[in-house]
Design a protein. Sequence first.
Length: 228
Amino acid sequence: MKLQAVIFDLDGVITDTAHLHFLAWRDAAQAIGIVIDEEFNEQLKGISRLASLERILEHGGRAADFTEAERQAIAARKNACYVESLASLTPQSILPGIKDLIVTLRQKGIRIGLASVSLNAPAILSALGIAHLFDYCADAARVKHSKPAPDIFLAACDGLGVVPQNALGVEDAQAGIEAINASGMASVGIGKDLQGAGLLLASTHELNWPRLAAYWKTRNPVTEALEE
Ligand code: BG6
Ligand code: MG
């Protein structure tokens, strides 16, 4: 089977916004008397804004303390702080190897998609100066079930006009790897301790076309598709 599309997660794969999310959540949590640290923040990777707030409230023992309107207000405060911090992003904020890989994939006729649950994804791609390199970005606002459900990856496949079996997804979060696997796509994990990744790489430094091609061949041994 031919590799027709590569679908990327954004935060932690294309750029490292996890720390900015952490600083904004730390500020919003502090305002309601909850302390979070970077280790706890690991649990929020790949998790939607409101689901992240749920986890923070549970962590602080305050899960039952806020109305829906109050939760929305806390999430809005976090997002305002986060959006302000996004002003620090420039094309230099793209993680190593990512832009070269995307350019190479495009030269090979492989379509490029985005499957991020971040509602800020379009603004981030623009700040990084690479929005034009994406053929389709799934709209997080229209996806019912967040990762680890496969919905956002399936929406990206649909928008790109490819079936999941002809696509490969790249993720840095456990929930994301589970979402890719559940979609039927091939999964590439960036980082460590990611269970179930078809190919696991320590960082984006190792993410390049020869590695992806070799991995795809192991899944599809009779493929004709990978002219180097
Ligand atoms: C994911 C991040 O990409 O986006 C999560 O890994 C974040 O940490 C989620 O909560 C939602 O982002 P946003 O920008 O819509 O608040
Ligand atoms: Mg991520």
